[in-house]
Design a protein around this ligand. Structure first.
Ligand code: TYM
Length: 332
């Protein structure tokens, strides 16, 4: 049986990278598969969060899921902290995770920076919590953007280490699903950096909540190069900004990159940016409008999360019980 699990951190505005790398793909997957989509508030607190903002961001991400087309009748939507098996399983799985594996994680190195000794334990064990999110449901597939690939490989390794330790085939090895034309959306200010919530410049990203005018302005100001758009894919190799903008266009339009290149060949950036701006607005504006409508009814959003967490608790508690039995923890 296939089961899909994925999540987003409620740490500020969702951007086009989150949408194209993850949420847009989830919407199509939920038609054919059992899906569980989480708002990972426990991951968010590995970095200092204002309590009020964390709470409101959690509801905002819930609203964004619904506004993007995640169907709460078919799919489980919940916030991570409302299902305690994630934390419990993190401890159990941390006993199967060699430090050497965690030491390899590039995200920890980036986020901890030079002052590693001041970094908190939660930031270091973040990938074990992520493995627990997935394995608590014995999920088989995990749709994410490219930046999560290393964490998913670790989740597979941890699942394998547990199975091997007890000579069981309890956990499936979860498969990353990294697909679409925009698995790594880059910053609008520098085509070599990932579009990210933590970039100091708001002009580096398109937020799902940006107004029409702001989207146009950000795209107009996006970094480019002096050449017209190419006619072949391999001519994009050393043109990261052109590759990024064409990638965004093709992902939003559900078109192959090759077809978009053929369509735009020879155009200058100013005319392409006009077409791209119109497309981004036509796709993002309806989502932000719906999101605002959902946010007017916070009780409804809480009700969705509560129902989701009840279902998630049921599945994960059953699995946790099995895991404890395998380990030999006495069930009383
Ligand atoms: P987070 O909150 O950083 O990002 C959420 C999703 O958005 C994708 N993404 C991008 N995709 C393309 N281009 C970008 N510039 C870009 N930026 C972000 C991410 O790859 C991700 O799919 N650790 C995870 C959340 C998580 C999780 C999980 C995911 C916790 N537990 C279990 C899957 C399964 C994270 O921080 O995502």
């Amino acid at each position: 049986m296939n089961r899909i699990f994925s999540g987003v951190q409620p740490t500020g505005n969702l951007h086009l990278g989150n949408y194209l790398g993850a949420i847009k793909n989830w919407v199509s997957l939920q038609k054919d598969f059992e899906c569980i989509f989480c708002i990972v508030d426990l991951h968010a607190i590995t970095i200092k969060q204002d309590p009020k903002e964390l709470e409101s961001n959690t509801l905002e991400v819930t609203a964004a899921y619904l506004a993007s087309g995640i169907d709460s009748k078919k799919t489980i939507i919940f916030n991570q902290s409302s299902v305690s098996s994630h934390s419990e399983l993190t401890w159990l799985l941390s006993c199967f995770t060699p430090l050497g594996w965690l030491n390899r994680m590039t995200q920890f190195k980036e986020k901890a920076g030079k002052k590693k000794d001041n970094a908190v334990l939660g930031l270091y064990s973040y990938p074990v919590l992520m493995a627990s999110d997935i394995l608590a449901y014995k999920a088989t597939h995990v749709p994410v953007g490219e930046d999560q690939k290393q964490h998913l490989e670790l989740s597979r390794d941890i699942a394998g280490a547990f199975n091997k330790a007890y000579n069981v085939e309890f956990f499936p090895l979860p498969e990353p699903q990294i697909f679409g034309q925009a698995t790594r959306v880059m910053s609008l200010r520098n085509g070599l950096n990932k579009m990210s919530k933590s970039d100091e410049s708001d002009y580096s990203r398109i937020n799902i909540t940006d107004t029409k005018d702001l989207i146009n302005l950000k795209i107009q100001k996006a970094k480019t190069d002096p050449h017209p758009l190419p006619s072949k894919k391999d001519e994009l190799t050393n043109r990261p900004e052109a590759a990024n903008l064409l990638g965004i266009y093709s992902a939003l339009n559900n078109k192959k990159l090759e077809d978009v290149i053929a369509e735009m060949a020879g155009k200058d950036f100013s005319s392409f940016k006009k077409i791209l701006g119109d497309l981004v607005i036509s796709k993002i504006e309806p989502i932000s409008k719906k999101m605002n409508d959902y946010l007017k009814n916070k009780d409804y959003l809480k009700k969705i999360l509560k129902e989701g967490s009840e279902k998630a608790n049921k599945i994960s508690n059953e699995n946790l019980l099995e895991i404890k039995k395998i380990i030999g923890l006495l069930i009383i």
